[in-house]
Design a protein around this ligand. Sequence first.
Ligand code: NAD
Length: 311
Amino acid sequence: MDQLRFDGRVAIVTGAGGGLGKAYALLLASRGAKVVINDLGGGRDGSGKSTFADNVVQEIKSKGGIAVADYHSVVEGEKIIKTAIDNFGRIDILINNAGILRDKSFGKMTEQDWDLVHAVHLKGAFKTTQAAWEIFRKQKYGRVVMTSSNAGLFGNFGQANYSAAKMGLVGLANTLAIEGAKYNIKVNTIVPTAASRLTEDILPPEMFQAMKPDLIAPVVAYMVHESFPDSGIIIDSTLGYATKTHLVRSSGTPLRKKPTDLVTIETVKEAWPQVVNMKNAYHLDKIAEVTVDLVEKLQDFEEQSRLDSEK
Ligand code: NAD
């Protein structure tokens, strides 16, 4: 296969001073992209700031690549987009990767723990993506990746703030994929698991060694390549493996015997094993399909009831 390249493309990677973002930035730059290395340079809880994004810029330049540092917080997303435009004149790719943790069991979580995590993950992605959106629309091209987490998809003890923000990013990507479709803007979500300062005290040491961000970077790079076919999907990747995750729903069941019967708490209880039976679960691709699907089920139920009453 021909090498997949990013010549002429300008990419912003937020939180690219270390961890996964650094791996994404190095790979994109090595394949010809001009890259904005955004990083506030704070601690893992979001405190402080520094210029460690410079180290990544230096590494890229030492290998013959092109990059510039940006130290703004993602909550000032428009300034990060301006850095790309001022330095490189355009923007094609936005990887929303910046993140912090403020883990606490829910009862002990302060409003500040909640707000800061939401500000960086969810509002930060909103601010950067909205600032880039008009540019993407006008040029009829854009590739966006949101970064979610299994903590969001499945929940995780002590991460209520982080889980909620990470699931919020899935919702944001779902809608932006719809709104961006006619402008060739593709918006997808990566769910990574990798060794970084966020996971050094969570992953067992032998797993930590093996879970290199470099194994995920090619997945994300393909997701922001012009040839990437999908939009609005969730890809989970770790250890050189990738899978797609999507929502399914059960085939469900009527909550009454006939359309003229009442739905009561008792009929709901009676029907419950069928409501939650996932044996014939299926995926719906679009919100329009969700409503149509329920209307069709209702029509089938009414038709069956009519036939039964004629027997
Ligand atoms: P990391 O701490 O190495 O990288 C996050 C970077 O974001 C840091 O360099 C940090 O300085 C930067 N950052 C924080 N707040 C910022 C702000 N306001 N503006 C700009 N930059 C900011 O951790 P990582 O593991 O590489 O995490 C990258 C992303 O992947 C995060 O969104 C994280 O939630 C997500 N994630 C990671 C894992 C994992 O296993 N490592 C799992 C699920 C999700």
